[in-house]
Design a protein around this ligand. Structure first.
Ligand SMILES: [Zn+2]
Length: 74
């Protein structure tokens, strides 16, 4: 019986480790030097604060407004 539990625990550990790795890969992504939408430079402070950031603050704000619009939020 212990073997079944050990196998299940090992499987859960593997799944958790892969999920942590996937999350770390996204969080530690390289920040873009320039906005991918308008090509304006992204300030170093923003790049440091948001690892993996790809949009300048203006384009991000516009994208969030558009996302709200498409979701139908008020
Ligand atoms: Zn931009």
């Amino acid at each position: 019986m212990a073997d079944v539990i050990d196998t299940a625990q090992e499987r859960a550990d593997l799944i958790l480790a892969s999920q942590i790795q996937a999350a770390r890969t996204n969080v530690a992504g390289t920040s873009a030097m320039f906005c991918t939408s308008c090509d304006q430079p992204i300030p170093e402070e923003r790049r440091a604060a948001l690892p993996g950031v790809e949009l300048c603050v203006y384009c991000k704000a516009a994208a969030e407004i558009n996302a709200k619009h498409y979701r139908g939020n008020k």
